[in-house]
Design a binder for this molecule. Structure first.
Ligand SMILES: C[S@@+](CC[C@H](N)C(=O)[O-])C[C@H]1O[C@@H](n2cnc3c(N)ncnc32)[C@H](O)[C@@H]1O
Length: 443
């Protein structure tokens, strides 16, 4: 059970980041799965705290970069449950940004909205800025009532059914964040669900979570194109049980016309002609064809056999994040915006140690993201376990060590924030092989 305090106004008081909330009962600590709720309860999953922290940071970056216009910001926490995501935006963003936000929390569950409102009344933003309303109804209907600069879709399971109407509601320039907890489908374990919901196939290997995020982006861009919009990824994260993609949406018929340029295939154990085509399309660094890489990407018009078990897609073949957005997510900026400072008699009942633990949770939510920002567009994402088995070199190289070696050779390389020990690089394959073999010679 999570630590927290009984509130005199009824309910249980809990804290996430710098924001306090009321719940009808104590949260289960670290619920890892998609989570469930019984009747009379409100869905709140502490395992999603890092996702909400990144949301605050991305909101700050997007506003500072002018992605949300320069006037009022209409933001929608589409499937709000406890209301915490929207409340964290208002409470943890600087007052100049929060003061521009008019946010709506939408949910079908009146109980959830009642608790979200109670939390907001009892613990309004410290700076008193920003507007927050709660809306009872179906997101697919409510989202269409006005244009939005920010839409968050965080459902149980697949987000697909919510995306079409949400996309239509987007302002000329805005940001959408979409989570999926149907990871069995997106990573290719449940093949029929993947095909039915996302129209794709994914090889269930150590890159399958990356492929799953790329499938999500491909689906988002196809839906965007239908509504004369294009997307550009800002951040894609695999975090325990869920995948989440965050992207800019812009109204542009010409960019929408070109959406297929970002879509294609990922091929495991590619043949020489596939590697060659990948290099010709700029999807793989140029190099020798003497040794072939573990994977490569191919454009959509390359003739693949969609039933070939080596092939994943259609999926997004370009960068899954943006340097500026990712580089803004440092431990320092996370703690500055979202790290709670200890106060005696905090309504949550937390002691100094518990505050310190929450600061560590906030720090961990951005682990490796800013470090990865400079290589997010690199063509190779390599899981070190795969590399050692591919090359027969026994122990996998440490991602940090191989990155150092590749950088010494003048290549772009960086440790990845992907959920398995891995690195990204733009180095030709033969240099990666040489670096790995210099660390652990073949057995
Ligand atoms: C996974 S929870 C959302 C968690 C929340 N975003 C957070 O950060 O804690 C999904 C919520 O969506 C609500 N919901 C399900 N279908 C909906 C729909 N069609 N329209 C609006 N809300 C819906 C549920 O009542 C539930 O509260």
């Amino acid at each position: 059970m999570g630590s927290g305090g009984r509130s005199s106004s009824g309910g249980f008081c809990y804290r996430e980041g710098r924001t306090l909330l009321l719940l009808p009962s104590p949260p289960e600590s670290g619920v890892l799965g998609p989570g469930t709720k019984g009747s009379g309860e409100v869905f709140y999953n502490p395992a999603m705290a890092s996702s909400r922290t990144r949301s605050v940071l991305l909101f700050k970056h997007a506003t500072e970069e002018g992605l949300l216009g320069d006037g009022e910001i209409y933001a929608l926490d589409g499937l709000t449950a406890s209301g915490l995501r929207a409340r964290r935006w208002l409470n943890e963003l600087p007052k100049e940004i929060a003061g521009r936000i008019s946010a709506s929390m939408v949910d079908l569950d009146i109980e959830a909205l009642n608790w979200a409102e109670k939390s907001h009344v009892r613990f309004p933003p410290n700076h008193g800025k920003g507007v927050l309303e709660s809306v009872l109804g179906d997101l697919r209907v409510e989202v269409l009532s006005s244009g939005r600069h920010w839409v968050d879709i965080d459902p149980y399971g697949s987000p697909v059914k919510f995306v079409d109407s949400s996309m239509q509601s987007m302002a000329r320039s805005g940001v959408m964040e979409v989570s999926a907890t149907d990871t069995a489908a997106l990573t290719g374990s449940s093949k029929t669900s993947l095909m039915r919901r996302y129209g794709a196939r994914v090889r269930n290997d150590s890159l399958s979570h990356d492929s799953g995020m790329r499938v999500m982006l491909a689906v988002m861009s196809r839906i965007a194109a239908r509504h004369d919009r294009s997307i550009s990824p800002l951040l894609s994260v695999w975090d325990s049980h869920h995948l989440r993609v965050s992207f800019r949406v812009e109204k542009s018929i010409s960019a929408a016309n070109d959406f297929e340029e970002n879509i294609g295939w990922r091929v495991f154990s590619p043949m020489e002609e596939e590697v060659s085509a990948s290099m010709d399309s700029g999807l793989l660094p140029r190099g020798s064809l003497n040794g072939l890489p573990i994977h490569c990407m191919l454009p959509l018009n390359f003739p693949v056999d969609r039933l070939d078990p080596r092939v994943s897609g259609p999926l997004w073949i370009n960068a899954t994040g943006e340097m500026g957005a990712m580089s803004s997510m440092t431990v320092g900026s996370a703690l500055e915006s979202c790290g709670p400072d200890f106060v005696e008699d905090d309504p949550s009942g937390w002691d100094e140690k518990r505050f310190e633990r929450e600061r560590r949770v906030v720090s961990r939510s951005v682990r490796n993201i800013s470090e990865e920002s400079g290589v997010i567009d690199a063509r190779h994402l390599i899981v070190v376990d795969d590399l050692s088995s591919w090359l027969g070199t026994g122990a996998p190289p440490s991602p940090t060590r191989i990155v150092e070696l590749l950088k010494e050779e003048g290549h772009k390389a960086g440790v990845s924030s992907y959920g398995r020990p891995s690195f990204r690089t733009d180095s030709p394959w033969e240099d990666i092989v040489e670096a790995a073999r210099s660390i652990h010679p073949p057995m």
